[in-house]
Design a protein around this ligand. Sequence first.
Ligand SMILES: [Zn+2]
Ligand SMILES: [Zn+2]
Length: 225
Amino acid sequence: MITTEIKMRRCRGCGVIKPLESNYYGQWVYPKTKKKYFNYQGKCKKCISKQNVKWQRKNIEKTRDFKREWGRRNTDITRYHARKPQRKEYMKVWRKENPDKIKQYNFYRQMNKHHDITEREWKSCKEHFDNSCAYCGISDGMAKERYGNYLHKDHADHDGSNNLNNCIPACKSCNSSKHNFVLEDWYLESESFSEGRLNKINNWLSSEYKKHMEGKSVTIKVSLD
Ligand SMILES: [Zn+2]
Ligand SMILES: [Zn+2]
């Protein structure tokens, strides 16, 4: 069981109660001598930003000086931002010249898509499919031999959850062939289609996975600071 506590704060500007976390409150402070730190304020980010804009409009000279001074102290950051157009142009050319690398990169990114699955859950999942690709039936060892990679976690529904109820072991070949197609649409047309395997997949996705899910219920406690 996981317990998460959410602290809330009532904004002193707009009066709305918002979670006390960096999306809503606080900012990085860069002191001249000390290391930067994160500071929560009484007003929410929206109110602070409105307040800053108002102040800057009234104090144009001071704002300009401050920005110049900040830039002088943070040359690495300003230089990085100043070179953004060059970097973009460079990447554009590089992409055109290296289509294979881009393809490979996208493939690995797809393969490493986030899954919230424990080691034990993954083991049970593979066992349900006899340690072979759920789609073509190739064994874990053969997959490694033929495609250079062991079976990995495929999202049955491309845009579905990262949990066990959407996880299927697949070889590299099936995974790239399935891409982001709807499972049934792709599988019924696939060369490796087998009714037995489709039944096994449906059985896993509809109920079998439940037997292997590990307790991951999350309790959220809300408190006002
Ligand atoms: Zn506010
Ligand atoms: Zn396969």
